[in-house]
Design a protein around this ligand. Sequence first.
Ligand SMILES: C[S@@+](CC[C@H](N)C(=O)[O-])C[C@H]1O[C@@H](n2cnc3c(N)ncnc32)[C@H](O)[C@@H]1O
Length: 204
Amino acid sequence: MRLSEARRDLYRRLAREQGYKSRAAFKLIEANERYDIIRPGFRVVDLGAAPGGWMQVASQLVGPAGVVVGVDVSPIRLKEKNVVSIKMDVHDRAVAEKVLQAVGGRADVILSDLAPTVTGVWELDQTRQVDLTLRAMELARVLLKEEGAVFCKLFEGERSQEVRDAFRLTFRSVRVVKPAASRNASSELYYYCEGLKPEPAGGG
Ligand SMILES: C[S@@+](CC[C@H](N)C(=O)[O-])C[C@H]1O[C@@H](n2cnc3c(N)ncnc32)[C@H](O)[C@@H]1O
């Protein structure tokens, strides 16, 4: 067994033991320990949230005074009281309004673990994932409060620079994160973007 497979198995087992819906939960736990991304009372939006591991982590971190709203094309079934699940495509034109209603205003943090069903053809998978991340950034403009933050996935490849440019145009600080729970072999990285800048005059 390769080291990356052993690591994946370890996090899968830990997730099962600790009641998390996915091993992805540990990526957010690790990033949060390092950067204090999610705090008590925060309003959090999670894009591409099924089966709900990140929502469970965020729910614990925001506590009873906060709320976590998850969006996915797949259903999310969670028991936590401070979570709302929306079954919808992030490209749906009605998604922003639905989320704002559920959050009760603009969010403090947006999480995006959006990923397409992988085909194994890396160029295709990467370009699809990049489009999803760019959509998350577009949504951040309408869902996130000024100075808010985004923690999101990005598949590394030919189009990564395009996305990093979009991050830097939109946020004051951009940091790259590679959590231990993210498979070594995989070319996924996470970005923690802080301090949403005000919209440029003219909306562009
Ligand atoms: C890696 S999984 C997310 C795992 C999640 N963070 C967790 O902790 O359980 C990526 C998710 O993105 C969702 N997704 C992909 N394209 C989407 C789209 N256009 N709209 C909404 N969700 C999408 C998939 O259905 C999948 O559930």
